[in-house]
Design a protein around this ligand. Structure first.
Ligand code: PLP
Length: 394
């Protein structure tokens, strides 16, 4: 007899965290692995943010806070939404959680009943389907095909709507593809949500990482859309604060209150002094964000140019985030029938850690993160090129 619940048995492990752990274990053994697996910026957290947390610790800000986050941080988030997105919210419409992953978990717990369907574009961030299932919901997949730059269309979403649909997931810029959905398409998706009275979970965690175009939140297409949109964001990617574990939601006050009750009975507040750092991140100077963005853009350009020069590899130029999702269909064979087998081979033989696309619903692709130095990018792509040439006989 197993002690493990059906729910836990049915939850897939995170392939991204798994690949990272394996690469780190090899590195700890002294193996020179080039890691393209990580979903986190390689920069340090900016100093003024760290100082704010240190000051909070020194003044004894080390106790429980309100479980949905301190008022000062929720106000700073409202000010950010107003300043950067032109969206008006009150603090009671904001909840802060232990990372955006936790925010999204709480959303599904708060809005799904068993059998409710959630529309998820493919390729998707690995946690959406698992979190939907953990809440008793049913993931419904719609294509965001490579031919369309991995951008989902309103038409594809419309075709998947049923009477059981509750939520449409929009993740622009996307993990794993980096795709940014055009504002006009977002407007059409917004219209669908209003027409069918659906919620939109808009995961905007890569908002600040768009290259050559501004970020547009789907919530900006009028009050009817804003009412139904659950804007998710956080500090991990824009401010290089992955370890701080802080994410947030802006949305309908009733949903925020329901999430608050779930948070009250599960985790309570996000870490007190981390919240003080987050206030400094939002209210302080923003040059650090632009500096990191510029570095990412240069790396993206190098990465995509080099990948497209490798036989058997084809890579779309993404407009955002810090990932590329090249097709490696040209490298698959009886020996390596899918990207899982290929990623294994690349780790053990070429000493490069990449994430197989199967976890994102795209088994013919690999995800490479370029949140690493240019030197590592060059070294890793030299290795990938050599491995690809030997596989394809080119
Ligand atoms: C699309 C997307 N959403 C949410 C998250 C969660 O971020 P965090 O929990 O670190 O705030 C990630 C992290 O990789 C992500 O890629």
């Amino acid at each position: 007899m197993s002690w493990i619940s059906t729910r836990a048995r049915n939850t897939a492990p995170s392939p991204t965290l798994g690949m990272n752990a394996r690469a780190n274990a090899l590195k700890a053994q002294g193996v020179d692995v080039v890691g393209f697996g990580a979903g986190e910026p390689d920069f340090d957290t900016p100093d003024h943010i760290k100082q704010a947390a240190i000051e909070a610790l020194n003044r004894g800000f080390t106790k429980y806070t309100p479980s949905s986050g301190i008022e000062e941080l929720r106000k700073a988030i409202c000010a950010k939404l107003d300043r950067e997105n032109g969206l008006s919210y009150e603090p009671k419409q904001i909840i802060v959680s232990a990372g955006a992953k936790h925010t999204i978990y709480n959303i599904f717990q708060a809005v799904l009943d068993p059998g409710h369907e959630v529309i998820i574009p493919v390729p998707y961030w690995v946690s959406y389907p698992e979190q939907v299932k953990l809440a008793g919901g049913v993931p419904v997949y719609v294509p965001a095909p490579e031919e369309n730059g991995f951008r989902v269309t309103a038409a594809a979403i419309a075709a998947a709507i049923t009477p059981r649909t509750r939520v449409i997931v929009v993740n622009s810029p996307s993990n794993p593809s980096g795709a940014v959905i055009e504002p006009e398409e977002l407007r059409r998706i917004a219209a669908l949500a209003v027409e069918h009275n659906l919620l939109v979970l808009s995961d905007e965690i890569y908002e600040h990482l768009t290259y050559g175009r501004p970020h547009v939140s789907i919530a900006t297409f009028g009050p009817e859309v804003q009412k139904r949109t659950l804007v998710v964001n956080g500090f991990s990617k824009a401010y290089s604060m992955t370890g701080w574990r802080l994410g947030w939601l802006a949305g309908d006050a009733e949903i925020v209150a329901a999430m608050g009750r779930i948070q009250d009975q599960s985790t309570s507040n996000p870490t007190s002094f981390a919240q003080a750092g987050a206030v400094a991140a939002l209210n302080g100077p923003q040059e650090c964000v632009a500096t990191m963005r510029a570095a990412f853009q240069e790396r993206r350009d190098r990465m995509v140019a080099r990948l497209n020069a490798i036989p058997g590899v084809r890579c779309v130029l993404p407009d955002g985030a810090f990932y590329v999702l090249p097709s490696v269909a040209g490298l698959l064979s009886d020996r390596f029938p899918d990207s899982d087998a290929l990623a294994e081979h690349l780790l053990s033989e070429a000493k490069i850690a990449v994430v197989p696309g199967s976890g994102f619903g795209t088994p013919q692709n690999l995800r490479l993160s370029y949140a690493t130095s240019m030197e590592q990018i060059n070294k890793g792509l030299d290795r990938l090129e050599a491995a690809a040439r030997s596989l394809s006989g080119a």
